[in-house]
Design a protein around this ligand. Sequence first.
Ligand code: SF4
Ligand code: SF4
Length: 370
Amino acid sequence: MNNKVAVRRCGEYDTGKLVGIISEIYKTCNGQDLKNKRVLVKPNILSDNDPEKCISTHPAVIEALVIFLKDQGASVVIGDSPAVHSRGFLPVRSGITDVCERTGSQWIDFSRKSSYINLKSGRIRIASVVNEVDLVISVPKFKNHELVYFTGAIKNTLGLVPGFSKAKQHALHQNRESFSGFLVDLSEAVTPDFFIMDGITGMEGRGPGQGTPVSTGVVIGSSNPLALDIIASTIAGYNPGELPLNRIALSRGKWLKAESEIVYDGPELKTVIKKDFKRIQISGNSNISIKFIKNRLGFLRKLDKRPVFIPSNCTGCRECIKICPQNAISMDHLNPDHVLLTDNKCIRCYCCSEVCKYNAVIIKRKPFGV
Ligand code: SF4
Ligand code: SF4
């Protein structure tokens, strides 16, 4: 496994400049030969939203990557499965459909053809295109994530799972540790060949769907997902060893056995760290004795952060209802534009907050009421 991670400063979404930066990163990190290869480019499209909202990988990064790949003699297809994935989904607002048209790259709808792979926790469907291309290049976004704190290379692999199968995993892995373990299992089973992270504008605060865009000024690349995630989360100001995805992946030893094995190439790391990046507070959820007490004493569960619905922002679009793996949300029949939470069904996966486009679901500690 190549342990090199390259970081380059970049303050704007200028496609021309990005082609040069991506080319330099790919070569620095000894990316594979691309001549005559068929490549799947996999952005992070949580939902189809304007690029300025910073919810998805910026189209300029995708376009620059495709131009670079084609210059190297590769042919390219682009695809992802958003959180709520209806057949025929096209990422129009996020600008990726335009990139497909401008670069002559086919958009692949992952829900049309998929096949099963076996993980420790059972079978899971993966978009078949993964097995039909020579290389997969994953393009994660630099963002906070309420459940796993920070979303990067390892987390972005989840988008290879089409449709509702993704949300179903939350029902199977009902806490942060278990879900993180599943994400590492999945990423180990299907590891993309290279990763380019869009860290030009990142999302601080209530990521991955409702945080605040903030200039983070970097593009990060590696063929090693864990090495990339450790460097990216360090730049976001986290202690990377505290994040469950990094910790679990390190303990497996597949990509790295210790952080010290990372070969870093870029500006002095402390000069790119965003000290004032608004991070998600790390909870003591991984402490076994606290977890035991919480499980035994139902009322302490109420101290966990949970979804709180803001009726004045809710449009009644039902996206949260569609994604909830526990059927914990329903329409309020007395008020058709509002939804209701059945709190005792909720497993705190925060998918509802991820998909709500209207800031109508916030994640907070609210011990009483709904
Ligand atoms: S809470 Fe958000 S996602 Fe759910 S129905 Fe209201 S606006 Fe739609
Ligand atoms: S209500 Fe929201 S946080 Fe609770 S289980 Fe459903 S999607 Fe997850």
